[in-house]
Design a protein around this ligand. Structure first.
Ligand code: SAM
Length: 249
């Protein structure tokens, strides 16, 4: 069935006109008309089966038949808290993490961050990162576009995350391995997010790890080799979604 992105579902209305941008393809290219069914999807990850009720000129009215959360989204909401790396490595991280199934990414400044993003360029960078996430999500058939947060200071995040249960801070040689952690603990039963903290090139300082532990984060290792920052988050995300999610089928 043909799928169309719907940025905004009119609240409380079962029948409504589609935005003009969508109707040209429906009418002229696909030649769909009254009685035909289509699928609408929004950025929240919801799909709506809809029937065209009226189609005249550029006006296409649809009626929602039912809604569902499609199976392309992982059963687990993973937030990657990533130390901002040098150069444009963050773009690769965003693209690949979106494909793998990340829910959101928050770039953070830490004690050892060397990358500099001047404040006046942060808005345009954020827009570019959001566009990369959107394109990666579209390309791999996801219905949720990973949320990209504004650059934040790591130290300021802990307080707001105090109530969150699943927080893993990655540091080589620290604590137990991720494999053991995932096998000894049960995945969240609700939509409680899992937060993965990955340091920049220079890693987290001992003070930062201690602050994380005080806020309830669990220090975990990814094994005996030191991975580059752009590898570590993607590996952690893959292992998590393999063990607790839907990666690997
Ligand atoms: N020498 C740095 C240090 O002192 O932490 C290495 C940093 S590493 C290049 C960048 C980040 O990737 C680390 O802060 C950590 O979050 C993650 N990382 C890389 N290898 C890891 C491993 N084997 N176990 C856990 N985390 C790892």
């Amino acid at each position: 069935m043909h799928r169309f992105f719907l940025p905004f579902l009119p609240p409380g209305r079962e029948e409504f006109p589609l935005p003009p941008g969508q109707t040209k393809k429906i009418r002229r290219v696909l030649k769909l008309g009254a009685g035909d069914e289509i699928v609408l999807w929004d950025e929240e990850g919801t799909e709506y089966r809809a029937r065209i009720t009226k189609a005249a000129g550029r006006r296409v009215y649809v009626k929602i038949l039912d809604r569902r959360e499609p199976a392309v989204e992982p059963p687990l909401r993973v937030a990657l808290i990533q130390g901002v790396p040098k150069g444009d490595k963050i773009e690769l991280i965003i693209q690949k993490a979106a494909e793998l199934g990340v829910w959101s990414i928050c770039p953070v400044i830490t004690e050892r961050t060397v990358a500099r993003v001047p404040p006046e360029r942060r808005r345009s960078r954020l827009r570019r990162w959001q566009a990369i996430a959107r394109e990666a999500a579209r390309q791999c058939g996801r219905v949720h576009t990973p949320l990209i947060a504004e650059i934040a200071a790591l130290d300021e995040l802990w307080e707001g995350l105090k109530g969150e249960v699943y927080k893993l801070i990655f540091r080589e040689g620290e604590g137990r391995g991720l494999k053991a952690y995932l096998r000894e603990n049960a995945p969240p039963s609700s939509h409680a997010p899992v937060y993965l903290f990955v340091g920049p090139e220079g890693g987290f300082s001992s003070r930062e790890v201690a602050a994380g532990i005080t806020a309830g984060a669990v220090p975990v290792s990814l094994g005996p080799r030191i991975l580059r920052t752009e590898t570590a988050g993607l590996v952690a995300l893959s292992l998590l979604l393999y063990e607790w999610g839907d990666l690997g089928g």
